[in-house]
Design a protein around this ligand. Structure first.
Ligand code: HEM
Length: 375
């Protein structure tokens, strides 16, 4: 046992990188509150930096750390390190092209991670690789000067493909029928077509993406293992509930995209975008964190039913925000956005508390540390 543990390197570099990701998250959240209308102290780079900080600074860095921990070689750490540097540039409000350049390089390394250790690409790792590649293309378009409302579609698909790949991986035990795989490939083709079209015909591209998102939500709801595990108990049931609520929001985001079409700003843009970023992405984070964190932090988590509290608050506050977006009720929209953030911070607090309890229990019982996932 001791030998097994010592064979896994400690990767202490993950801590400063995760601290950078957390800084990007907090700064991005503050920027989100300013954007949604709270007249609180303003640091100008945070206002326009909200989207880049949330997607590239927070999630890009974190996903890079997760991949690098799994690969256990020095060079993949360049992915989160470059994204972390990009975060610092954004926060300093530095030169306009330097942030996009650093994120482009970071996402190029993340994409390479899937190809260089010459392992066979399975459906799940190919989907994650596609996610990294869409992040790269989005960052290059940003570097080339495309507006954020166009770039945001590529960023959304970075997260959607990465998450779909993780779900495929975790549902491997189900041995999907060949029809399911063919349908999945068809859905990915619709999404990629929507992305490509959006660069030249924004409105049509957004509507096509919307169709793809609804199809993907339907596919996940039908084939994901969550449909079965939601009938179990404890942590397994909580994770399934988070995932299934995420699929509903992905379908809502898709439907809004089909109906509303391409918007450069405003409440309808906010509703479409955040049904995906908050409803789908954050629900999936709430569901996946209890699986991923133990392997990245190498500390077990202790589950409590209180995990449902932030999940319920997230769903209820997003419902309020999107209803207010559609109804033009600006005060309710502001409150909904604020409560979205309270839900996320509450969840992070629960995660920290449960990791501390898990660590205490592990030390008391002498149980081994959780190992990094090798996929
Ligand atoms: C949790 C609370 C959040 C609030 C209050 C918030 C607020 C906002 C607002 C008001 C906008 C501008 C919409 C408009 O033009 O009317 C925006 C845009 C955007 N948000 Fe969020 N957001 C939140 C969460 C997130 C999350 C979790 C992500 C990504 C994971 C994200 C990514 C983006 C992106 C990419 C844009 C578009 C880029 C831009 O226009 O700057 N947001 N957000």
């Amino acid at each position: 046992m001791a030998q097994n543990q010592s064979s896994v390197p400690a990767s202490p570099q993950r801590f400063p990188l995760m601290a950078l990701a957390l800084t990007a998250l907090l700064a991005g959240l503050w920027g989100g509150l300013l954007r949604i209308g709270w007249a609180w102290p303003v640091h100008p780079p945070l206002v326009m930096g909200h989207g880049p900080l949330m997607v590239c600074g927070f999630l890009g860095t974190l996903i890079g750390v997760e991949r690098a921990v799994a690969l256990d070689r020095p060079w993949p750490w360049a992915a989160p390190a470059l994204a972390g540097l990009g975060t610092l540039v954004l926060l300093a409000g530095g030169v306009g092209w330097l942030g996009p350049l650093l994120f482009s390089l970071g996402s190029a390394v993340l994409t390479l991670i899937f190809f260089v250790p010459r392992r066979p690409l399975h459906a799940y790792s190919a989907t994650m690789a596609l996610g990294a590649a869409t992040w790269l293309v989005g960052n290059l378009l940003w570097l080339a000067g495309l507006p954020l409302w166009q770039v945001a579609l590529w960023w959304a698909m970075f997260l959607v493909f990465t998450i779909a790949g993780e779900r495929l991986e975790l549902s491997r035990v189900l041995r999907l029928p060949p029809l399911a795989t063919r349908l999945f490939v068809g859905v990915v083709a619709v999404l990629l077509t929507g992305l490509a079209v959006s660069v030249v015909e924004y409105d049509l591209g957004v509507r096509l993406l919307g169709v793809g998102m609804m199809l993907l939500a339907g596919w996940l709801a039908r084939y994901d293992i969550a449909r079965r595990t939601v009938r179990m108990t404890g942590l397994t049931r909580y994770i399934a509930a988070a995932l299934l609520s995420g699929y509903v929001w992905l379908a809502v985001g898709g439907a809004l995209a089909v109906v509303v079409g391409g918007m450069p700003a405003g409440p309808l843009y906010d509703a479409t975008l955040h049904a995906v970023f908050v409803g789908f992405v954050l629900s999936m984070i709430f569901g996946h964190a209890p699986i991923i964190f133990p392997s990245v932090l190498r500390t077990p988590l202790v589950y409590t039913p209180w995990f449902y509290a932030p999940l319920v608050l997230l769903n209820a506050s997003l419902l309020l925000r999107i209803a207010a977006d559609l109804g033009g009720w600006f005060e309710a929209r502001r409150v909904g956005g604020l409560l979205n953030e309270v839900a996320l911070l509450l969840f992070l607090g629960m995660l920290a508390w449960s990791a501390l309890r898990g660590r205490r229990t592990r030390l008391a019982t002498g149980a081994p540390r959780p190992q990094p996932s090798q996929s």
